[in-house]
Ligand binder design. Structure first.
Ligand SMILES: [Zn+2]
Length: 345
């Protein structure tokens, strides 16, 4: 999850500008279209003793609250939280645990994210084998805020329960939900905010789609972006302004309705990031994590980058909340934004 500066306005502006491809939910799918998910009904979540900070005196209890937000959805995998020594990374020959790690110095993922979740999956990228949540306490100040949160300000701490709730969505296989600024899986958080502690209808719907749960609402905008259907920019704006007016008249989340209006009508738009072609790459293991070093051709120049993640020895590791090396296979075209800010760890 990223720290969030004026995210709602940014989302609306970005959508009005037609940048990027909006996603209508956070379900992630593998190569054959099936959701990325666990097979097990119960996941063992271990909070490492290193998760200690004056800002949140009961890390195990807070982690349990974050896990419950997801586990209370009927039929969802249960996240069973306990404290104890936690071994991160995937162990191919033994039991694996979902671990929660806290870094007060350094961070192994070279990212500005508040936290990341590292998923280890089978080679096809379909079945989750292991997950680890890494909080970047070395860079950001976390706290456990009251249920009302604090006014958003640069001096407020980031609510650790909100961050963990978001990361547990990744643990369960969900991706980011750029389309819904009120969702737990919205990828940005501002200091003082606590709304991501509670799942939105979209979060529940994405979980339901991932685990084939019945009886859950199909929340959200009620529309999906239809790729390849060009709609003039002006029509997006007119529909957004109409829904904004409707929201103000009915006093129901006018900005959200406006964003929905853009979402259901905006064309996917061209990529603004440019692309790089991967010439060669190789993946190595350093401790529990995989890193991929790739030489990419970008703008006529060969550049070497290293990103966490990759495929090695029958498993694939991806980093959610940060650029990930898992797509850096030779011949692939990758967005330049995936390569930005990725020095060798
Ligand atoms: Zn995230």
């Amino acid at each position: 999850m990223m720290p969030r500066p004026a995210a709602v306005l940014g989302l609306v502006l970005a959508l009005l500008a037609g940048e990027g491809r909006a996603r209508a939910d956070s379900t992630r799918r593998g190569p054959d279209g099936e959701p990325v998910r666990w097979q097990s009904p119960t996941l063992d979540v271990v909070v490492d003793p290193a998760v200690r900070d004056p800002g949140f005196p009961d890390p195990e209890g807070i982690t349990r609250l974050a896990a419950q937000a997801w586990s209370q959805v009927p039929g969802a995998p249960r996240l069973a939280v306990r404290a104890g020594p936690a071994t991160p990374g995937f162990n191919p020959s033994g039991a694996n645990q979902v671990t929660v790690q806290y870094f007060r110095q350094g961070f192994p993922m070279s990212t500005t994210a508040l936290a990341v979740t590292v998923l280890t999956m089978d080679q096809r990228g379909q079945r989750i084998l292991d997950a680890d949540v890494l909080l970047q306490g070395s860079r950001y100040r976390f706290g456990w805020l009251s249920p009302a949160g604090l006014p958003v300000s640069a001096t407020a701490p980031f609510d650790v329960q909100s961050t963990l709730t978001h990361e547990f969505g990744h643990v369960l296989g969900l991706g980011e939900d750029e389309a819904h600024p009120d969702a737990t899986m919205f990828p940005r958080q501002r200091p003082g905010e606590v709304f991501q502690r509670d799942l939105s209808l979209e979060d529940r719907a994405s979980l339901a789609r991932t685990y084939d749960l019945d009886g859950l609402p199909e929340g959200g905008c009620g529309g999906r972006v239809a790729p390849g259907v060009p709609v003039p920019w002006a029509w997006s704006s007119i529909l957004a302004l109409g829904l904004l007016g409707l929201g103000l008249w009915r006093r129901r989340a006018p900005w959200l309705l406006a964003a929905c209006g853009v979402l259901v009508s905006a064309p996917p738009g061209p990529s603004v990031s440019g692309a790089a072609v991967v010439l060669r790459s190789h993946t190595v293991r350093r401790g529990p994590w995989l890193y991929t070093t790739a030489t990419v051709l970008r703008g006529g120049r060969a550049v070497t980058v290293t990103l966490p993640g990759g495929s090695l020895q029958g498993v694939r590791q991806v980093v959610l909340g940060a650029p990930s090396g898992h797509r850096l296979v030779p011949g692939a075209r990758v967005g330049a934004e995936a390569l930005r800010g990725a020095p060798a760890p």
